[in-house]
Design a protein around this ligand. Sequence first.
Ligand code: SAM
Length: 302
Amino acid sequence: THFGFKTVAEEEKESMVASVFSSVASKYDVMNDAMSLGIHRLWKDHFVSKLDPRGGIKVLDVAGGTGDIALRILDHARTKHFDRETHVTVLDINPSMLKEGQKRFKQTMYWGGPQVTFQLGNAEQLDSSMPVPPEPVRGPNSKQPYLPPLISEPIADESIDLFTMAFGIRNCTHIDEVLKQAYRVLKPGGVFSCLEFGKVNVPFLAEAYKQYSFNVLPPLGQMLAGDRASYQYLVESIERFPTQPQFARMMKEAGFHLPGSPTATSLGFPAESGSAPGSEDVAGAWEDLTFGVATIWTGIKL
Ligand code: SAM
């Protein structure tokens, strides 16, 4: 921003992100499966089981979309730890994604209970609320399920035990603002964990992955969702996102403590991860999954 005004590029990015996710909201899960060959499910399972949520904690799942992470968190806490107290706030900037999330949760045992809340909000401005659009009018014979209205509220300082963000931070204009907000809302001892596309750490595979991204994904998006531009945007946003050590350094700058060195496991394949030449200062802050196609970064607010 310049003197509080958004630049044209920023406005464009924000409206692009809004239209990408509005146009894919209902097909979102199918597309994720098609594009990642179902592997995003394994990444998300691994992300949540490593965090091992339990003990009635307060979780904020930012860019929570259709609730993939929230559902896994609640299931993990319940089935592994008999924990029915843990609470997840699913926060997203896009009302259509949140509505899909509500529809999905309506099929689960958590619906109507106190463990999950859906909230509109901008990851870069968690200290303020967002205008809530009017709910769609629902006639008495509507085939649409009843879904409670969305809310939007600021997130208080030091109110969160676990801050998760999966495949969301890449879409944000100011990553540093998101990290600042994450640091602010976490309690001392709280954990920030981010699952995002990384950079492939094997040169030979990196080339194949690039070919797949640029030559297969946009046409696949056209075929399955009739929407090439959105998938072209996604591929480019992955390219532009910082490398593993670069993002780790941004976390460090925001004040996070980077944990020592989690053993690198790449979904069962042993791999060199959490370090890269010239990045000893931030070694161990991340874990590469599937050779770095996806990466988990973790930081602690001390
Ligand atoms: N976390 C979910 C998952 O892993 O399946 C959804 C990921 S989806 C690829 C990205 C989400 O980020 C979309 O739901 C989009 O609306 C949301 N998003 C984009 N920019 C955002 C922002 N500034 N604040 C909050 N959410 C945002």
